[in-house]
Design a protein around this ligand. Sequence first.
Ligand SMILES: *Cc1c(COP(=O)(O)O)cnc(C)c1O
Length: 464
Amino acid sequence: MRYHSTRGTAPVLDFRGATLAGLASDGGLYIPEAWPTLSADAIRDLAGLSYAETAVRVMLPFVGDALTEGELRELCTAAYGRFSHAAVTPLVQLDHDQWLLELFHGPTLAFKDVALQLLGLLFERFLTGTDKHLTIVGATSGDTGSAAIDAVAGREKIDIFMLHPAGRVTDIQRRQMTTVLAPNVHNIAIDGNFDDAQALVKAMFNDRAFADRYSLSAVNSINWARLMAQVVYYFYAAVRLGAPERSVAFSVPTGNFGDVFAGYVAARMGLPVAKLIVATNVNDILHRALSAGDYSKGQVQATPTPSMDIQVSSNFERLLYDLGNRDGAALAAQMAGFEGTGAMRLTNMQSQGAAALFGSDRVDLDDMTRAMRWAADRAGQIIDPHTGIALAAARRLDSDVPVVTLATAHPAKFTDAVERATGTRPPLPNRVGDLFEREERYESLPGTFDAVTGFIAAHAQASA
Ligand SMILES: *Cc1c(COP(=O)(O)O)cnc(C)c1O
């Protein structure tokens, strides 16, 4: 399997190369040359398979000859063996046709573990036996940071530098990162907000000399391997609800468009998906883009769903490329326009292509609260606010097929917001144990390029 950049000029890479690179060198994102498909029989054969085995069947075509089937199975078994539920991503029924897909049974209690546990193992496998060393640099509004740190802590040949906005992540989120004391883990609290941290990371990748010297790599959802791992649970859930005979709709709490793009990939691979609902909070750039063709940045508003407080959705570029005839030059021009002015229109072809599969909804605080209360009072399920946004959108959909809401975080990660909405304070699961007694370690730095790159240069291994 070969991977192309959405902007058309970066080198074509295999799965190993695309995984290690993260971002393409022309500023684009890697995407498979063509979508592999699973026949109806192949989908039927997934019935009854374990999560890890489903993962092997779904991901093997994307891996090409970068790993053997046996090697992929070994990595999947290890990655998904760390989840606390035997089903890895269990389905819970809420009422006649509403379901929750619980994606938060991994080590750091958010859906990012599903992809990052595997990505950490892929990095290690691809670096073994080489003289390459990776420096992972990322910015987090909370969940990505802890999941990435858990996935690579203590691994040889990898250093991770994770920037979080000082004082703007929850105590649990911060402690899940800063109490990991492995020597290859470097937490940095940045004086600024999440966008400032993210801009610093982008500037480091754009400084080619710096990026090459330290072999920078990315763990946010611009990395293709993450999306690939997320395709699996769409198959796993839909098969349990009757696919390929019956189709299923999904409602996805959306920020960077990674999770829902994985659903799009599942549909392209042949899974009968009736609808993908892109659920946004009041930061609704994706809802405006999908309902009116208007992709234009506003001011980020802080909400109880910080992982969706976003005004630029990196992975949307992958959809625009795939729906725009895969024309890298045209997409590069469209994105340059957006980067220059903060606004762009979707082409007719992009809008019509999206409308065939996607719906979208903007959910405000009141509607989110109502959905969280409904889940608690009517179905006995305490859900986190991100899940609440998607459930509100799911319940507004007029559907004659089962609707699966992706439950992206454990409610205990957002205790205060959950208590405010439902009156119930969800306890921390036992497996996070003594999080509040453990020693924390992190560096506080001003949000400047020189301060952060200076710190990285002092602690990372440069390439020869
Ligand atoms: C990251 C995250 C999201 C958004 O997912 P994207 O792939 O960025 O669209 C939603 N909910 C939670 C809890 C998250 O951590």
